[in-house]
Structure formats: structure tokens, C-alpha cells
Design a protein. Sequence first.
Length: 425
Amino acid sequence: MAETTTQTKARRTARIGVGRLYQNRWMLAAAILAVLAVHFFGGVSVPFTIATIAALTLFALVAPRTPAARRLAEASAGIDRSPLDRLSGEKLAAAVADPLIIFDRDGTVVHANAAAETAFGAIRPELPLLLKFRAPEMQALIEAVLAGEGNGQTTDYVERVPFERVYRVTASAVGRGTGLFVLAFKDQSEARRIDRMRADFIANASHELRTPLASIAGFVETLRGPARNDPNARDQFLQIMQNQTGRMARLIDDLLSLSRLEMKPYLKPGVRVDLRQTVEAVIASLGPLAGETGVVVERDFGDGPFEVHGDRDELFQVFQNLLENACKYGQSGGRVQVTMRRVGQGSEAELEVTVRDFGPGIPEEHIPRVTERFYRVDVETSRAQKGTGLGLSIVKHILTRHGARLSIRSKLGEGSAFTVHFPVA
């Protein structure tokens, strides 16, 4: 007949006790000899001697174990931890790209992989895990899995040093009877950032569309009411309505362009494009705008071929945005310089195209954010120039698709320079 669960637990407890007694056999034997010496030579009573020996034996059974003693006792009790105690546990943890920490039933670290030490600093073996992670949610998770209250429990943990990162943490036991547990960390920071960007994008797009729609609705109501028979007011309001619908059309076009670019950010174009011809075409197309703003466009193109791999229409859009911004926002300087040259040698060679204006410039604190969607240095000036706040964001996405990058230099009162760096075809 198979033994009952109670019998199995009793047998296991007895074997653990034997293991502990074996580990402390020399200490226990010395203590018993000392008690017997006192009994025979010191005249201590027999009942006291028997009680003392029994107390020493009980202490040997329940005394706290060192890591080495605990492993010996568990081995005597039939608990096999040798595979994970050697190299397999470390190899398994090292093969995991996410941070992973293995710990024992006392809550002390057995092993932490390289990703965990990169994320949380040095994590030495035998370190109490509750001292490393003091956040209440982490303390509750570790205590719950150690108490056997569930396997595969999860919680969200935020690490704020050196910068904020959000992890989904899972705690579970490693196999059966190993006495080991694991904390696995999944970085959710990028997903959270994308969620925030999506929410901000919807809010900003809604705001940008709501303003002209409210304006048009108000003028329609006025034309159907007080201005019904006023020709001058009607012409004025219709012109404003036309401007507002044009603004919404530009915004929708830019949103569609940005959406198409975000759907294919890693699709590398493979056609050779002559940058000199492309930039010349942009300058010619913006000639009327330059004349309206009183800006003279100056060229400084170096010698040699200027070819890159790319999509001509997208590159035309890049330089159209940059040159249009220079004419609109730098018109007080009276001129815009477009330079093109080849720099570097060998694998580090680049083609640089710079569009520089001599206007008021951009304050330094705004420069890192000017390529964000709907970000404006001066909201009123941008709207007066019919800007949508998406131009430089579109430029950034197109350049990322082409393996290029954008650098910005600006100084108040001296203008701004936007340089596009292309890898040489």
C-alpha cells in the first residue's frame, strides 16, 4: 500500500533532521562530553544532565544553517539542487536577454545574469533580495512566492535611477524540490512611452482640427444671421473660412504623410538620387515664397558627384520643409544659405547639406524638441506662417528611413543651421 502524505512528510522531516545532526556532529559530541565531565566530576544530578543533553540535541536540530550546512542537510533529506547549484543555472540565466535573478527559499540571491546587473547594479550572491528591492510591491511579490501562495505571480515595478524604467516582474519557483525561485523582469518602458506618445498625438491633432472647425462654424452662423445682407462682411468671412479650410487640408496632408512614413520606417530606398538636382528643384519651386518674404537664396555647392540611395520625392519633401522654414521664420535676416559638401574619408565619408538662415534663431532649450510632432517654439508665429507643427517631424522620419540624420545649430540673434548628413552612395 502506498504511504500516505503524512507519512511522506514525516519521513522527509526525519531525514532533514538526520542531515542537520550529521553536520553538527562534532559540536554536539564536544558539548555532550563537557556535560558528562561536569556530571561525573562536578556532582551534577542525573536528571539535569539528561535534560541538558536533550536541549543540546534539540538546538542542533533547529539551529539556523549556514549556506554550506543548509546544502548538506538538504542533500541528506533527498533534495537535489546540484544541477542548478553548479553551472546550468548560470548558463540558463545568461541565455536570457531580460534581467533575471535566481534566489533560494531564504530570499538570498543565488545568481543574477548580466542584464540584471546592468539594470540594477551589482547583485552579489547571498545578498538578501528584500534588501535590494525595497518597493512595497516587490516585497509583497517575493514574500508571496516564498510562502508558496502562488506560482507565476506578476507585478509592475518602476526603477527611477539613473532614469525611469517600468518592468513587469514575474516570480515563480524553479522546477519541483529545487528550493530555488526566479524573478524575471520584462522592460515595458518603450511600450509605455509609445502609449503616451499616441495619447499626446490624438490630443494635439484634435486640438489643431477643433480650432479651425470652431472658427468656420462661427462664421457660417454669422453669415446666416446678422451678416446675411452685408456684402463686405460676407466677403471677409468667406476669405477667413477659405484660409481655415486650407489650414485643415494642410494638417490632414501632413498627418497622412507622417502616418505613411511611420508604417514603413525601415524600408530602405535603393534608387540613386542626385542631391544637387533635387535641391536645385526645391529652390526653384520656392522662388515665389522667397520673393514674397524678401529672402535671397544663396548656393554654395562643392565639386564632385552628390549621389545618395533614396526616394527622390521624399528627399524633395525634406529640403522643401527646411528651405520653407528658413524663408518664413528667418526672413528678418534677408538671406538663406544652402551649402553642399562631402566630408570624411572611406567608410566615414558623408554628404552634408546645410540650410542656414540669419533670423532670430532658436533658444537652446527648444532645440532637442523641435522635431517632435506639434511642437512649436512660438505658437502664434507658427500659425501666422500657416505651419502645422509636423514639418520637422516628417523630416526626421524620412531621414531615418534613408539612414541619414539631422543636426541643428542655432544662436539667438544669429540664425539657425539645419544640416542633413547622408551616407555616401
